[in-house]
Design a binder for this molecule. Structure first.
Ligand code: ADP
Length: 299
């Protein structure tokens, strides 16, 4: 139905002092393959995340987002493939590398009888680094009550507390599985924007999953579309939108288009990449693709 294309990730935030070496990737995944009861979820999936990249992982429900995020963290047994975090095997990280990772699972189990501060004090004992001032600031700003047991907080408050817990040790890689699922639609994007602002200054690599398109707008500079067990397309969101046209018209007009320019086709419509409207043959009607077009075609 479509080409599997990985766009080069351009416009990255961090450079190293050595001009030609490039930064050590935070995550390198190669050939990840995993099936449940014969049903493939990850199929020879490869991806790389560089320091400072903020990536929104998009896919429909059941596409395998949680599976992929857990695989990246070395938490799922793979049938094939390997993940390296900070150049170490994800399943055998040493303590120093482990302390560089923050993870917010979809459903955090947060010791319901504890209060927020007690929970944070407990986790603090596991990490060599812990930013107390930042934690205090976030608890206030994100409206997390300190004086009631966690079990009596709302779902949204618990989710925010779980994120504070993951930010407190200032990770270099932050993995968030549907981090705003418990927030109402209006609050989702604002909160994500603030969260990403929090980590951007430090050059943290962030990957968060979502199936809600509005979460990405003005938040994820890079997007990755998970489809049929692979990353169908990955790249800076603004460039993807700029470079992609949605075209409709007779199929035979596509024949003369440059190889690789048809990114996806569905119901007589195609997504065309890297072409200007003036380059299209007469008879094809085109407009700039929207995020919805990309989501529909690529997930
Ligand atoms: P998403 O996060 O995109 O909604 P998931 O990664 O949770 O998707 O699930 C992807 C697919 O893998 C689903 O069909 C789900 O039922 C299946 N799956 C996930 N984990 C398991 C498991 N531990 N055992 C069996 N099937 C699983």
């Amino acid at each position: 139905m479509m080409n599997s294309t990985v766009l080069p990730a351009r416009g990255l935030a961090l450079q190293t002092a050595v001009p030609d070496a490039g930064p050590t990737p935070s995550v390198v995944a190669e050939g990840l393959t995993l099936a449940y009861a014969g049903r493939p979820v990850l199929q020879d999936l490869s991806c790389t995340l560089l320091p400072g990249q903020v990536v929104g992982l998009l896919g429909r429900n059941g596409a395998g987002k949680t599976t992929l995020l857990e695989a990246l963290l070395g938490l799922r047994e793979l049938q094939a493939g390997e993940v390296r975090l900070f150049d170490q095997p994800a399943t055998r990280l040493d303590d120093a590398a482990r302390a560089r990772v923050g993870y917010v699972p979809q459903q955090a189990s947060l010791f319901e009888e504890l209060r927020a501060q007690e929970l944070l004090d407990y986790f603090r004992s596991f990490y060599p680094r812990w930013n107390t001032a930042r934690v205090a600031g976030l608890l206030s700003r994100w409206d997390i009550p300190r004086d009631i047991p966690i079990g009596r907080m709302s779902g949204g408050q618990q989710q925010r507390l779980s994120i504070v817990r993951a930010l407190a040790h200032e990770p270099d890689l932050l993995v968030l599985d549907e981090p705003v699922a418990s927030l109402d639609p209006l609050a989702r994007r604002d909160f994500l924007r603030e969260l990403v602002g929090e980590v951007m200054d430090r050059g943290t690599t962030v990957v968060f999953s979502t199936h809600i398109l509005s979460d990405l707008e003005r938040v994820a500079f890079n997007v990755a579309f998970l489809q049929a067990g692979r990353i169908a397309v990955q790249g800076p969101l603004d460039e993807l939108l700029e470079e992609t046209l949605e075209a409709s018209g007779p199929e035979d007009l596509l024949v003369g288009l440059p190889a690789g320019s048809v990114l996806a086709r569905q119901d007589g419509r195609r997504l065309l990449r890297g072409l200007r409207e003036s380059q299209l043959p007469e008879g094809l009607v085109a407009r700039r693709a929207t995020l919805e077009d990309l989501f529909e075609a690529l997930t």
